[in-house]
Design a protein around this ligand. Structure first.
Ligand code: NDP
Ligand code: 2IT
Length: 448
């Protein structure tokens, strides 16, 4: 419950104007609750209507995307781009292609991105976009035609100094390639207008690995500083089996942890000997198959229907890397009962508000998404720098910068939490640290 009257009033107004946008309101409420101690000390924020401005996107685009399938049937999807806040840099954030995509989901992701991008220390504003298009089961030709149609509209709203989209759920290297090709064709510009590009046309080494690797760099620093501990020797559960999950498993294993389970939307695999990541990569990255295949190929492992059951597996570290609200209070209770010591969010807002409160009440280390998964967008920022310089860096150079950024994000959040009188509350710390920079820029730039 909000106490501060200014925050309360702005939140009530936000609810009134967006009453059906539950995910967006969930993300706003969490940020507002974190900001209470800070707002009370900064009356200039209310005088300048900073919170009212912060919750209203600078621009919200929706558009029709018409495309033809392999049988000549015509389909219409809805495209979105939410250009939420450009106070500290050009709009930046991913595109999600998933049937569940709607305005609420795009706005919650865009809102989170504002603070996440601020935490990276790079000049990046916040945005998100996507479509309710489902790439699953579509041919490459169908995905290409969809992407071309999507970009035919989006191109007029983006640019390397204006708005730079990237991947998210359902948008990986293949989709970024098609989107980039269409942008170049329509605009006759070879610029860094998208990140996550192929390595032979301006992509950055380590971008593919960045979100998962960054999540583990953050987790390692959090364990070291707050528990004098490390990932080594820990049993770990990772939900999802997409881009973020795969590279989280890779780095967790390199750091000496043992990952015993992964999932997709249909169910999870449990391999007590430790997940064989080469098998997962073959199934997911090469064949675009289902995770249940793993159990058929790896003796001793098993597949269980239903993705939520993954949180019943005993582990010391839990890394939710699939989607929003995948980890609820019941799952949180199970994890705590089974001895979890740390939860770090690879996905965006994977834990419900009740789950987060339960972890914190039980003294579990909790790393919120906007801090812990910022490695992806940070490395996108590094891709933009390389594109501007017309040069490219070695893998180790990018990876070193990524590690540096993640360690720095942990300390920004940890320090801000201490300053607010809530040591160890990284949710509050990340929100306050991310917000400070954005609100300072908004105050300096005059009304917009
Ligand atoms: P992918 O599309 O590569 O993988 C998504 C994974 O999550 C798949 O295993 C998918 O299973 C599962 N999943 C998706 N939707 C649901 C659902 N509704 N219920 C259960 N499982 C689901 O996406 P990413 O790995 O890129 O993204 C995963 C999360 O990480 C998202 O929350 C995204 O916003 C976040 N993120 C991504 C970044 C990036 O750089 N890619 C950066 C920062 C955060 P299935 O195949 O069955 O659908
Ligand atoms: O949620 C995220 O931070 C992303 N999907 C990555 C965004 C980006 O611009 O690289």
């Amino acid at each position: 419950m909000l106490q501060n009257s200014y925050l309360k009033e702005v939140f009530q107004d936000t609810v009134a104007r967006n009453s059906d946008q539950t995910e967006f309101l969930q993300a706003v409420l969490e940020v507002f609750e974190s900001l209470e101690p800070y707002i009370a000390r900064h009356p200039e924020l209310q005088a300048n209507a900073i919170m009212e401005r912060l919750v209203e996107p600078e621009r919200m685009l929706t558009f029709r995307v018409t495309w033809e399938d392999d049988n000549g049937k015509i389909h219409v999807n809805r495209g979105y781009r939410c250009q939420f806040n450009s106070a500290i840099g050009p709009y930046k954030g991913g595109l999600r292609f998933h049937p569940s995509v709607n305005a609420s989901i795009i706005k919650f992701l865009g809102f989170e991105q504002i603070f996440k991008n601020s935490l990276t220390g790079l000049p990046l504003g916040g945005a998100k976009g996507g479509s309710n298009f489902d790439p699953k089961g579509k041919s490459d030709g169908e995905v290409m035609r969809f992407c071309q149609s999507f970009m035919t509209e989006l191109q007029r709203h983006i640019g390397s100094n204006c708005d730079v989209p990237a991947g998210d759920i359902g948008v990986g290297g293949r989709e970024i390639g098609y989107l980039f090709g269409q942008y170049k064709r329509l605009c006759n510009r070879f610029t860094g207008v998208l990140t996550g590009k192929g390595l032979v046309f301006g992509g950055s080494l380590a971008r593919t690995e960045a979100t998962g690797y960054g999540l583990l760099y953050f987790t390692e620093e959090m364990l070291r500083c707050l528990r004098q501990d490390s990932v080594a020797g820990k049993t770990i559960v990772v939900s999802g089996s997409g881009n973020v999950a795969i590279y989280a498993v890779e780095k967790a294993t390199q750091l000496g942890g043992k990952v015993v389970a992964m999932s997709d939307s249909q169910g999870y695999i449990w391999d007590e000997d430790g997940i064989k990541l080469n098998v997962v990569k073959q199934i997911k990255e090469v064949e675009r198959g289902r995770i249940r295949e793993y159990a058929k190929r790896v003796p001793g492992s098993r597949f269980v229907d239903g993705c939520r059951g993954i949180w019943r597996i005993p582990c010391q570290i839990a890394l939710p890397c699939a989607t929003q609200n995948e980890l609820d209070l019941e799952s949180a209770r199970m994890l705590v009962k089974n001895g979890v010591i740390a939860v770090a969010e690879g996905a965006n807002m994977p834990s419900t508000a009740e789950a987060v409160a339960f972890f914190q009440a039980n003294n579990i280390l909790f790393a919120p998404a906007k801090a812990a998964n910022a490695g992806g967008v940070a490395t996108s920022g590094l891709e933009m720098s390389q594109n501007s310089m017309r040069s490219s860096w070695e893998f180790d150079e990018v990876d070193d910068k990524l590690r540096h950024i993640m360690v720095n994000i942990f300390h920004q959040a940890d320090d801000a939490a201490k300053e607010c009188g809530h040591p160890g509350d990284l949710v509050m710390g990340a929100n306050v640290a991310g917000f400070k920079k954005v609100s300072t820029a908004m105050l300096s730039e005059g009304l917009f």
